[in-house]
Design a protein around this ligand. Structure first.
Ligand code: ADP
Ligand code: MG
Length: 568
């Protein structure tokens, strides 16, 4: 259908029952682009209609240099989404019932992520978004819809998808910024670093619910001489900052001196950030995982025996299953699961840890004998994790010096400024021995692979074969069950949860065959996404999926309360 035909059709629909909008489904040819109406909502209050615009590169004309690498291409797509989002908000929304006149695209966070809402190739530039088709009551507002789709939308699309219309300097720096972060991150493993925090980085955020940088009074990051290192950018420029070595690192310092803020910046360093974020050059090993205590979570067949043994009433921890873990058992399970899913580093904050999981000092060892205490504290296992599995740990711990004996690096924060105090900590260690008995043996222990019991995931709800919903970054509704992800802190967009939910269904359909190990099955899912893109997870073209790591996919699976495991 041409624009004129679409306009005429909409005029003719004026005042008709809302269902008549269904006839709009299909492809409409505009002067500069094609408009696909893939799904039409059933009424003005229902989930909005799904639209897709494809503009040929002959018209959009993005220089290939802007999308020549994966990181750049994702950054370009990210920029277009942000541009669309901004432009939409500047347009006054038409009156009407329900979602009338609403235009919405996957709302980006401070991170630059792959999203199905935009796609750039040599041939076309594509954008996916949703629109609330206008109505008065339950009657079609045809003239308004014609205004929206045939006038406002083309104006909007031209502003967003035509290269010459964009702020080229801002776009260039968006792509450069992402590429630089990617290149810095790529150097970490060769340099045997877990993370790198560039000098001048701004780590504190606006608030606990606002991820934008603190606008006033932020003290920029300055690396201590002993940990200062330089990484190279593609143009030959060197970036100096603090390198956190592999192994076991302790972050100490007085309360409110910025310890948790530093750790959170490291957590976020798995993602590239937009220019102006403050953490553009804070980069972390791609498989670093935040782990915390999470009492009440479910655990399915996880061998937590390296940490916890001989529970009361002879309960086994090899494997251990529960619908309501304690602080310590939840933290133990999350660590074992992270290692299973390929974590190269654990990021742990005392603020969100179970005390009895982290420490057990000399006096407590004297009072409660080891055969009465199921828990082997993390302090006795953290080195073995590195020696046996190559998993580093960065630990914020202002409350116990017992860790001095097991760490490689100690960083102290003073008024937000880091110092290397490894030598002082070593000296204190000899002056004041902890006199603790090491517990839990000389090795971390062998972790048996788990196998997902086929059909222990059920996405059905009522008549719907697949019912998936998300709430913010906290919750997936999977069938009739809820997966609580509020303690999985490296998820930053609800679209990641949408994609993870779809990936769980996909894994169930293709790879949970009762044979493959859980991690091998999830590896296959990630490989399919790497080859075919996020769209392979869904049988419809949606703009709501956002990229995620296998570690968070595993975290969601592990928190599904129906999950059943066969031990091999
Ligand atoms: P800690 O974990 O050591 O108790 P936090 O990391 O929670 O401390 O930081 C305490 C407060 O200081 C927070 O409000 C945080 O936003 C702020 N803050 C952290 N780092 C900086 C900084 N570099 N400049 C300014 N304020 C900061
Ligand atoms: Mg803290």
């Amino acid at each position: 259908m041409s624009v004129q035909a679409l306009r005429d059709r909409l005029q003719a629909l004026e005042g008709k029952s809302y269902q008549a909008y269904k006839s709009l489904r299909g492809h409409h040819l505009f002067a500069d682009f094609g408009l696909h109406i893939d799904y039409v909502q059933g009424d003005p209050f229902a989930a909005p209609s799904r639209l897709r615009v494809e503009m040929p590169q002959a018209i959009a004309q993005f220089p290939t240099a802007l999308y020549s690498t994966t990181a750049r291409c994702i950054a370009l797509e990210d920029f277009l989404i942000r541009q669309f989002d901004q432009q939409v908000r500047a347009v006054a929304r038409a009156a009407g019932s329900g979602k009338s006149g609403m235009i919405d695209i996957a709302r980006p966070s401070q991170a630059i992520l792959p999203r199905t809402a935009a796609h750039v190739s040599d041939q076309v530039v594509e954008l996916r978004f949703v629109v609330g088709l206008p109505a008065f009551g339950r009657r079609i507002a045809g003239r308004q819809c014609a205004e929206l789709l045939c006038e406002q939308l083309p104006a909007l699309i031209t502003k967003v998808l035509v290269y010459a219309q964009l702020d080229r300097v801002a776009l260039q720096s968006h792509c450069d910024c992402a590429e630089a972060a990617e290149i810095l991150r790529d150097q970490l493993r060769d340099r045997q670093l877990v993370a790198f925090i560039a000098d001048g980085a701004v780590l504190p955020r606006q608030s606990g619910v606002d991820e934008r940088p603190l606008s006033t009074g932020a003290v920029p990051f300055l690396s201590p001489a002993a940990l200062r290192t330089s990484l190279r950018l593609p143009d030959g420029q060197m970036v100096t900052g603090m390198g956190i070595p592999q192994g076991v690192t302790l972050i100490v310092g007085g309360g409110y001196h910025g310890k948790s803020t530093l750790l959170r910046a490291i957590e976020a360093g798995i993602y590239n950030h937009i220019p102006g974020d403050g953490r553009e050059r804070v980069v972390t090993d791609t498989a670093a995982v935040k782990v915390r205590a999470e009492d009440g979570r479910s655990v399915a067949g996880v061998d937590i025996s390296p940490f916890i043994n001989h529970l009361p009433q002879g309960r086994s921890t090899q494997p251990f299953s529960t619908q309501a873990a304690s602080g310590s058992t939840s933290q133990a399970a999350s660590i074992v699961e992270a290692v299973e899913a390929g974590a190269t580093a654990l990021l742990i904050d005392e603020d969100t840890s179970a005390t009895n999981f982290m420490i057990r000092d000399r006096r407590m060892q004297a009072l409660i004998a080891k055969d009465r205490e199921p828990i082997t504290p993390f302090v006795d296992k953290v080195r073995q994790l590195y020696a046996d599995y190559g998993t580093s740990t960065i630990l914020v711990m202002g409350g116990s010096g017992d860790y001095f004996d097991v760490v490689d690096t100690v960083i102290a924060l003073d008024e937000y400024g880091p110092e290397d105090v490894t030598e002082q900590a070593r000296a204190i260690m000899t002056t004041y021995p902890t006199e603790r008995q090491a517990e839990g043996g000389a090795e971390f222990g062998v972790l048996a692979p788990r196998v997902v019991t086929p059909n222990s995931l059920d996405p059905r709800k009522g008549k719907r074969a697949v019912n998936l919903k998300t709430r913010a970054t906290d919750e997936i509704r999977f069938g009739i069950h809820t997966i609580d992800l509020s303690a999985v802190e490296q998820l930053v967009e609800t679209g990641q949860l949408q994609a993870i939910a779809a990936a769980l269904v996909y894994a169930q359909q293709h790879y949970f065959d009762g044979q493959r190990a859980l991690s091998a099955a999830l590896d296959e899912v990630m490989a399919d996404i790497a080859t075919h893109g996020l769209d392979c997870l869904s049988d419809r073209l949606t703009g709501e999926l956002v990229g995620f790591r296998m570690l968070e996919l595993a975290a969601a699976l592990n928190r599904l309360r129906t999950l059943k495991i066969n031990q091999l």
